[in-house]
Design a protein around this ligand. Structure first.
Ligand SMILES: [Zn+2]
Ligand SMILES: [Zn+2]
Length: 138
């Protein structure tokens, strides 16, 4: 029997919040491979006890109804966290964000945030010290 929608949703939740996934039928650890693509991602794996294959996608995420854009305040906080600790969490799904500095020749460089779970991304443009307006031109 294939896993139900509810079981796949639980698998997606555990993948992101627990960091490991167990077979809902027999509680065995399943190694999950995440493959991102242009519209989202797939979670692929197979239970080595019962042999059932996992094929879940971002559409099975139980919190996807809560996904939304980050506010400007959240983006500023994410940047502060990144500057201070070199890591930042998505304020919506609490997953570690990918942070890429852009245009590092600029002073200050911009930061590109990307969340692997809710798939949002945004660019943070810090204003030069003493100016409130963020520089938008390349
Ligand atoms: Zn199993
Ligand atoms: Zn997120």
């Amino acid at each position: 029997m294939a896993y139900s929608r509810e079981q796949l949703s639980q698998i997606v939740e555990d993948y992101w919040s627990v960091g490991s996934v167990r077979c809902p039928e027999d509680d065995s650890i399943i190694n999950i491979k995440r493959s991102p693509h242009a519209q989202g991602y797939n979670l692929i794996g197979r239970c080595l006890r019962c042999g059932q294959a996992v094929k879940a996608t971002n559409h099975d995420d139980p919190i996807k109804a809560e996904f939304r854009r980050w506010t400007a305040e959240e983006l500023t906080e994410m940047a502060e966290d990144f500057y201070e600790s070199r890591s930042a969490l998505c304020p919506v799904c609490e997953v570690d964000l990918e942070v890429k500095p852009l245009a590092t020749h600029m002073k200050p460089p911009r930061l590109m945030f990307h969340c692997k779970r809710c798939l949002h991304h945004a660019t943070y443009s810090p204003g030069p010290v003493g100016q409130s307006e963020a520089a938008q031109n390349t």
